[in-house]
Design a protein around this ligand. Structure first.
Ligand code: HEC
Ligand code: HEC
Length: 305
């Protein structure tokens, strides 16, 4: 706050308090009189004979005013309120917030210390750990993977048994800690329209589907030259680089003809953000354990419907 604004606020506040005190004193002068038929009226008359007395404020009311003013003065002396004056107690909302943060961080550390030294596999069988894992998931992961971990187009389903990067405790921990980036190159320019249609027809045939357009045999050729390096000879994918299995009915980006064509023609770059620095190793383990427990339901289905 600039000194001028601070001075303005101090003057304005002081004038207000002085005004309130003056009002109080001027009311007190007349407070001896008792209301009665002879008392002064305001002169307002309703319904012919309904008047209004102009009596002084009752004493208790005046005292309330008095106490409020005294409270205001004491408050402004102790707490920040008068321009740049910080108050005798040195209290600030930022300080209070930091203190509360410190307390809750200490409590969280104590809670987490309980699970220190346990492996992901052990945590997965510890109901108390899974409860914390579920809360962490709701706060940090649900925006992308859905509150139940079922995923969305582009964000994998974590509750099935189908893993881009592997579903062992170690692989899950590595995925969550370090993040992952999927890299599917765009093929439109290299293969042209016909090439994309043909290779798409072949890709769909891997999961038993057929499309009217596209030459599956020609597509198989293109797949062998361009795609097997990442998706494998049989199209079953490669977890080391997160290349999806193309032979199942689980599609990361949707299994409609348009979605698969778009994946091939334009490429895809899925980004799983790294969590280790944000959350620390203990929370990453709890999350890995929780994700592991999601798969236990055994529901295998389309990642992206
Ligand atoms: C900003 C969105 C986003 C957030 C937040 C996010 N993820 Fe992911 N996650 C992704 C994407 C996208 C992928 C797929 C990466 C790819 O396509 O290669 C992914 C992949 C994964 C995988 C690998 C799945 C597999 O099939 O191998 C796991 C496990 C995972 N996330 C867990 C988590 C957990 C646990 C959290 C919370 C700490 C989290 N994610 C937060 C976007 C997100
Ligand atoms: C450099 C490795 C690489 C090559 C080469 C490659 N892909 Fe991919 N592909 C990937 C990766 C990685 C993903 C997952 C991208 C992501 O996670 O965002 C992917 C995703 C896809 C998808 C989407 C799958 C889904 O579940 O939605 C299709 C379809 C696909 N690739 C087809 C092909 C075809 C056809 C070719 C050859 C013309 C090809 N890919 C070549 C790495 C590759």
């Amino acid at each position: 706050m600039t000194p001028a604004l601070s001075a303005f606020i101090i003057v304005l506040t002081s004038l207000n308090i002085a005004g309130a005190v003056w009002l109080m004193l001027s009311m007190r002068k007349r407070s001896g009189e008792e209301p009665g038929p002879s008392s002064e009226t305001t002169g307002h008359v309703w319904d012919g004979d309904l008047g209004e007395y102009n009596n002084p404020l009752p004493r208790w009311w005046l005292w309330l005013f008095f106490i409020s003013v005294a409270f205001a003065i004491a408050y402004l002396f102790l707490y920040p309120g008068l321009g740049n004056y910080a108050g005798r107690l040195g209290w600030s909302s930022v300080g209070q917030h930091q203190e509360q943060q410190r307390v809750s961080a200490t409590q969280a550390e104590q809670l987490l210390a309980h699970f220190a030294g346990k492996s992901v596999a052990e945590l997965r069988n510890d109901p108390a750990a899974l409860v914390i894992g579920r809360n962490l998931f709701a706060n940090n992961c649900a925006v992308c993977h859905g509150s139940d971990g079922h995923g969305n187009p582009g964000f994998p389903n974590l509750s099935d048994q189908d893993w881009l990067y592997g579903g062992t405790p170690e692989q899950l921990e590595a995925t969550i800690a370090g993040g992952r980036s999927g890299m599917m190159i765009p093929w439109q320019v290299a293969l042209g329209n016909d090439g994309v249609e043909n290779v798409m027809a072949y890709v769909l045939s891997l999961s038993g589907r057929s499309v009217p357009a596209g030459d599956v045999a020609a597509g198989k050729q293109l797949f062998a030259t361009n795609c097997v390096a990442c998706h494998g000879e049989d199209g079953k994918g490669n977890q080391a680089i997160g290349a999806p299995n193309l032979t199942d009915h689980t599609w990361l980006y949707g299994g409609s003809v348009d979605a698969v064509r778009a994946s091939i023609a334009n490429g895809r770059q899925g980004q799983m953000p790294a969590q280790l620095e944000r959350l620390g190793p203990q929370r990453v383990k709890l999350l890995a354990a929780y994700v592991l427990s999601l798969g236990a339901g055994g529901s295998s289905g389309a990642a992206a419907r």
